[in-house]
Design a protein around this ligand. Structure first.
Ligand SMILES: Cc1cc2nc3c(=O)[nH]c(=O)nc-3n(C[C@H](O)[C@H](O)[C@H](O)COP(=O)(O)OP(=O)(O)OC[C@H]3O[C@@H](n4cnc5c(N)ncnc54)[C@H](O)[C@@H]3O)c2cc1C
Length: 411
């Protein structure tokens, strides 16, 4: 490989957004990607006519950074209905209306047992507040966990347990809600003003769209970087590639290893399971949440009700998320047993398609950084572990890293 102006390591959303910014500025760039495809943590498998995202993910069409880079129309976004169904121990269900788009509509559910009247009014108040809230104000809650914020705001323990833990547990991949309040406020705002969607043909359409805008040959697949220095990288096999600047756009743990950064940083894991069924267990593009803390399922959706393309004709695709960092014995049996209480004996007819055990799915962000990227010793780092552990956060980080490099070049 010849000497490049910039080497970007990793073709996840951060790396792709960074590379795109550099290419658009006329900078000579190469992206070195260890795997055989773009997308990093946003990947999709096609299995027997089903579309299986590697772990349940949604794209919020209110994401500002992603929205300014992506062509939403071309993604053919399919939206979840604004609302959630909350299953309790033994299968009782409560409906919370308009949680996605208008959390304020929770007021309509005054008769529901989810929270007190005060809780419902607080949701409406918070919704109004976050809609006008700038990132700087959100950042003032740095160091405060989501659960402390919710308690201080006045929400009852019952509201926190029955709604916020399963809903934001699914977003943060942890039900303790230790994730920083800044992340909570940001996502609460995004859910308030936007819709939760999936691209019609799977989440991987998002990175694929970005990659399609890069000139061919810019991404070098199956090229693992083993070592990073100021102006060169060393590949598996010993080859050295030189550059004026190196951008490390891998996940946080790999970036630390490549740059010799010491110290343990925590991340969160999740298990995503898919089942097929010929009977529809839950009508509509809804998110089903588990209020029962002793349950193992956190959330469930029939994805073929969101986008028909996710399952072949006559079949339904059920996606389940389990928040755990260790493999559970007899998982399939335990999940179907638990869901029998929700949907009845028809669950016994479901056919297990695939299980994704996703380690290090999200970084633990207890307090987000000031900047969307970092530079040390001439090497730039970007990724979802800076501002927001999300699709939007990784794109914001990649774009900011590119802008920083463009600025350096112009000096
Ligand atoms: C199960 C799950 C559910 C999620 N749900 C949501 C959601 O609903 N909404 C949302 O907004 N976000 C969600 N996220 C978060 C979002 O997907 C991530 O924050 C984002 O994709 C991270 O992108 P990234 O580019 O920072 O990192 P990555 O996607 O990790 O990309 C890093 C890239 O670097 C490559 N790489 C690593 N090491 C090397 C090396 N040594 N040499 C070369 N290449 C290397 C990797 O192969 C990878 O392609 C979810 C994530 C997961 C896993």
């Amino acid at each position: 490989m010849k000497k490049q102006e910039v080497i970007v390591i990793g073709a996840g959303l951060a790396g792709l957004s960074c590379a795109l910014g550099l290419v658009n500025a006329g900078i000579d760039v190469i992206v070195l990607e260890a795997s055989d495809a773009v997308g990093g943590r946003v990947k999709t498998d096609k299995v027997d006519g089903f579309i299986l995202d590697r772990g349940f993910q949604v794209y919020l069409d209110s994401y500002p950074n992603a929205g300014s880079l992506l062509d939403h129309e071309a993604l053919e976004l399919c939206a979840f209905e604004p609302g959630a169904r909350l299953y309790g121990r033994g299968g009782g269900v409560e409906v919370v209306e308009d949680v996605f788009r208008k959390p304020g509509a929770i007021l309509k559910a005054l008769r529901s047992k989810i929270g007190t009247v005060k809780d419902k009014l607080l949701v409406a108040k918070l919704r109004v507040e976050v809609q006008g809230m700038e990132r700087e104000k959100m950042a003032s809650y740095r160091g405060v966990s989501t659960v402390s914020f919710l308690r201080d705001y006045g929400f009852s323990e019952r509201m926190i347990d029955s709604f916020f833990r399963p809903f934001y547990g699914g977003v943060f991949l942890e039900r303790a809600l230790e994730t920083g309040a800044e992340s909570f406020l940001y996502t609460f705002k995004m859910f308030s003003i936007g819709r939760a969607c999936v691209p019609k043909r799977g989440m991987e359409e998002i990175p694929q769209q970005l990659a399609s805008r890069l000139p061919s040959g810019v991404i070098q697949f199956q090229t693992q970087v083993l070592e990073v220095r100021d102006k060169h990288v060393v590949l598996e096999g010993g080859e050295v590639v030189k550059a004026q600047k190196v951008v490390v756009a891998t996940d946080m743990h790999t970036a630390d290893r490549l740059l010799g950064v010491k110290g343990e940083r925590r991340s969160k894991s999740v298990i995503g399971m898919y089942f097929e069924s010929s009977q529809l267990p839950e009508e509509g593009a809804v998110l089903c949440l588990n209020q029962d803390p002793s349950g193992i399922v956190n959330n469930l959706s029939v994805l073929s009700e969101v986008s028909r393309a996710y399952a072949p004709e006559g079949k339904h695709l059920i996606s389940i998320s389990i928040l755990t960092d260790h493999v559970l014995d007899g998982l399939e049996q335990r999940v179907t047993q638990e869901l029998e209480a929700w949907f009845g004996e028809e669950v016994r007819e479901w056919n297990h398609l695939r299980t994704y055990d996703i380690r290090m799915a999200l970084p633990y962000l207890e307090g987000e950084g000031e900047r969307a990227y970092d530079e040390e010793g001439g090497v730039i780092r970007c990724g979802d572990y800076f501002k927001s552990a999300s699709i939007d956060g990784s794109i914001e980080s990649g774009v900011s890293a590119a802008e920083a490099l463009i600025g350096m070049r112009e000096q």
